[in-house]
Design a binder for this molecule. Sequence first.
Ligand code: HQG
Length: 180
Amino acid sequence: MKSHADISKFLSYVLRHQPESIGLQLDTEGWASVDELITRAAKAGKHLTPGLIEAVVQDNDKKRFALTADKLHIRAVQGHSTKQVAIQWEEKTPPGTLYHGTATRFLESIRQQGLVAGSRHYVHLSGDEATAVAVGVRHGKPVVLKINASDMHQQGYAFHQADNGVWLTRAVPAEFIAFE
Ligand code: HQG
């Protein structure tokens, strides 16, 4: 694990998805002890230091992680699937339109079911189209769906915004999605 990208992938894995893979405990807000993370990671052959972790948190292209002010605890700011975590998000009024990047091969299913969170806790939405294209291209030929967030919000659907700007909502029924 020499590169920051490798460390970021490892941290995403244990802080979002599989903390138990290294015996790590997260609290319900997603925080892990940095000391415990370092000890558990070392036993799994991943050698981290507080300085390396801090550098990865600071340089991360998508600001995926946060440290507490005392630098004793770390968490992923969004993207969780682990049941250890149930972040108590504040509700936030979304902009009128939000965007979701996906792959064309998922469109038929999305038309039928709307957007579902799958293994993650939330559907991830972006405030701008360019970010949505980058999210979609990870899955194949990208397509950007426009979400009528203002109507959803007016009808009582809750929205949240993670510290890195990603918008989260539990699911998006098809009636709020513009397929163009
Ligand atoms: C699709 C990255 C069929 C959905 C990104 C997506 C993001 C459906 C895929 C973050 C569906 C799930 C999340 C339905 C949704 N039928 N397919 N009914 N509803 N889908 O990776 O949004 O680099 O779990 O469109 O930047 O792609 O990890 O979600 O294509 O912010 O920090 O099911 O992950 O950030 O894929 O990406 P994902 P996502 P990081």
